[in-house]
Design a protein around this ligand. Sequence first.
Ligand code: PSU
Ligand code: MN
Length: 302
Amino acid sequence: MPELRISDEVAAALAAGQPVVALESTIISHGLPRPRNLDAAREFEGILRERGVAPATIAVLDGVPHIGLDDVGVRRIAEEELAKASVRDLPILAARGGSGATTVAATAHLAARAGIRVFATGGLGGVHRGASETFDESADIPTLAVTPVAVVSAGVKSVLDIAATLERLETLSVPVVGYRTRVFPAFWLRESGHELDWSVEGPDEVAAIMASLDEAGSRTGIVVANPIPEDQQWDPAEHDRVLAEAFAAAEAAGVRGKAVTPFLLGYIVDASGGRSLEVNLDLARNNVRVAADIAAAWSARG
Ligand code: PSU
Ligand code: MN
């Protein structure tokens, strides 16, 4: 079995030094409801192609990591019940010919192996609330310390412990830059209240930081934190109310451990009357556009 299957479109772009952006499949399989997820997967790819950027949606299909999917592959990640695959699941899926939707960690890892340096997602995984007891921290965070990919996200969801997530990125020496902001975003909201040390004004600056990391022989990624525009964000008062309700409902239902996040997210989509989903789609589109610009700037450096 081939180690990686790179689509013709992505392989041609990589060979010619043309821009490529990686896209994850967990957001499609597990982060967005059907049937909107299929439209979203196609739309994200379309935003890239319109800008002359090759889309590399990444997933493991029948044991083979695919870098760039055809229409059948895109349908599979949207419609099949795929396992959520992080980096540690990749060898197991390969060995047994299984399929999985890749998380930020697994997508970044596979993108880097294929030579892709820019990746767009919605939100990163991070440190969960209560992690001092549970040790629940996404593999997204340590993976970015050893994976040379610039990841454009709208920060992390406010159901996580944002302060602790930023501390872990600091400990692991992963550069975090705000995209035209000095405040780390909170996914549905433009601002989390956490100040950042650095902001960048445009894609060329991100490409320059990527080049500096390479020159230094570093293998770390970069977190590019791209807040949703103010007029597209979820109303902060409504956000705070629904989140408080969601945490109370989880407590009342006795939900614990791994089940907490899916419970909260499901509750939030329902209790917001779909508003949180619209914001989720808007912020993801914004991230894809910014990633396209960064990939173009990176490819222009030759
Ligand atoms: N955050 C979101 N939507 C998502 C995810 C995170 O707002 O769909 C997904 C991403 O694929 C991320 C993963 O990499 O969840 C993190 O999961 P875990 O905490 O289990 O590592
Ligand atoms: Mn976890």
